[in-house]
Ligand binder design. Structure first.
Ligand SMILES: *Cc1c(COP(=O)(O)O)cnc(C)c1O
Length: 454
């Protein structure tokens, strides 16, 4: 095996890391992960770190999981890849059946791809073409939101709302209707006794309704991340917002597309975020946790109504002309099947609840730190927003890299985190124990204290 020095040298010589200023990277030490064990990542020197962001929000049951490994190896001994273009394969069929069974009733068809961005591209193209088949080709616009993140491909960016990622590419993006969101900072703290934040919710819904009315008959769909916007900073939507949006979409006869790429597979405390508000969307996208964080796999699920609109004679060209080479990859589908089997065997969603409760309660302690402005939590997804002055709502200047410095401190203390600017993200694998939650939060807490009170 190569020694660490060579690995670091080769990394810096040959790799270009995602979302990374490589000029900084080149001057810094590189942690190289060699193995994983449950919720821990182990580097080439044998140091152990809690995987505090579930390896970019993907890991569900922990790393190197015996049953997932067995399922993967069993499929490996049969076949690794075969195409869904013109043929079928066993795990892809079984997984489609299972996904239809476990997603909200009404989602009956599964279209595979291999990452969250493509799941979203597929949703957008499906919705767009659907309206052409329905004789309403003027429905071309998508309503989307400030701070939304749906992926990095051009279509997914077009419905995004994070200026620092998307503005550079503005002239490449297609036109839509971006609805601004009301300020949600601290809104979760100032809720009424039922946990509602009516004011924020009403203002937001009014903005959506205004957009629907101004563009009546031209809206192809509304796309959102249900309950919580992830990459935008772990922004939790007011209770009831998703449900009310679903009602609006129905009333204005447009499609509701939910991007459950982050929220799916138990992340919010239920299997799907949609379940919290009893919503069946017209299209649902899933990816990150679908194959338990083992392999790239995504799916876009939809209704019979949408699927049926694409049926017709071959010569009519109503076909959905879209597909990726590795669509329905058998290895990934086999792991995803075992992922779901573990949820069922262990009754995981209900088993998780005490840990979630503990996680939520302990996060409230962070308000004791003078530079913690807001603590947002939705199931096992949390963001702790740091502020130079929380009272005057003064953020830390971007160039101070406070978030990055906190995460560096946490690394030295044994937890791997990644910030969203000045929001510290805490998103461990679902199968984390209460005592490991405590260790993770202790590390995050002391790292924030050390860096912000220096
Ligand atoms: C991560 C993410 C995506 C993009 O997924 P990739 O697999 O990185 O392309 C899309 N939507 C949401 C909500 C995400 O969190």
């Amino acid at each position: 095996m190569l020694d660490k020095e060579t690995l670091v040298a080769w990394d810096k010589r040959y790799l270009w890391h995602p979302f990374t200023q490589m000029q900084d990277w080149l001057t810094e030490d590189v942690v190289i992960i060699e193995r994983g064990e449950g919720c821990y990542l182990i580097d080439t020197a044998g140091n152990r770190y809690i995987d505090g962001t579930a390896s970019m929000w993907t890991n569900v049951h922990g790393h190197n999981h015996p049953e997932l490994n067995t399922a993967l190896k069993a499929q490996l001994d049969k076949i690794s890849h075969t195409t869904l273009l013109g043929y079928s394969n066993i795990p892809a069929i079984q997984l489609a059946q299972k996904l239809v069974e476990i997603t909200p009733a009404g989602l009956n068809k599964v279209f595979y791809s291999d990452n969250g961005s493509t799941a979203v591209e597929i949703a957008l193209k499906m919705a767009y073409q659907y309206w052409q088949h329905k004789g309403e080709p003027q429905r071309k616009l998508f309503i989307h939101f400030d701070n939304a993140y749906h992926g990095d491909t051009i279509g997914a960016m077009s419905v995004g709302g994070i200026d620092s990622f998307h503005t550079t590419f503005d002239s490449l993006l297609f036109k839509g209707i971006r609805v601004s969101a009301p300020e949600t900072y601290r809104s979760t703290r100032y809720t009424d006794t039922s946990g509602n934040n009516t004011n924020v919710k009403t203002r937001w819904l009014n903005a959506v309704e205004a957009a629907l009315s101004e563009n009546a008959g031209q809206v192809a769909g509304i796309i959102l991340e249900p309950l919580i916007q992830g990459a935008g900073g772990m922004l939790v939507a007011p209770k009831g917002f998703l449900k009310a949006l679903a009602v609006l979409a129905k009333r204005w006869e447009t499609l509701l597309i939910v991007d459950e790429v982050m929220t799916g597979f138990g992340r919010t405390g239920k299997m799907w975020a949609c379940e919290h508000e009893d919503v069946t969307p017209d299209i649902l996208c899933t990816a990150k946790g679908l194959a338990a964080g083992y392999l790239p796999l995504a799916a876009t699920l939809t209704t019979d109504d949408i699927y049926n609109a694409f049926l017709g004679e071959y010569r009519d060209l109503k076909t959905f002309f879209h597909g990726h080479t590795f669509t329905g990859n058998p290895l990934a589908c086999a792991v995803a099947l075992e992922n779901i089997a573990i949820f069922e065997r262990e009754n995981l969603i209900s088993q998780l609840q005490p840990t979630l409760e503990h996680f939520r309660n302990r996060l409230q302690d962070f308000y004791a730190l003078p530079h913690v402005g807001d603590v947002r939590v939705c199931g096992f997804a949390a963001g702790v927003e740091l502020m130079k002055n929380p009272d005057t709502h003064t953020p830390y200047p971007f160039e101070e890299k406070v978030g990055i410095r906190v995460c560096k401190e946490a690394l030295a203390r044994g937890a791997m985190l990644r910030p969203l600017v000045n929001t510290i993200v805490l998103m461990p694998p679902l199968q984390i124990s209460i005592s490991t939650v405590d260790t993770l939060l202790d590390i995050a807490y002391s790292s924030i204290a050390v860096i912000t009170e220096r």
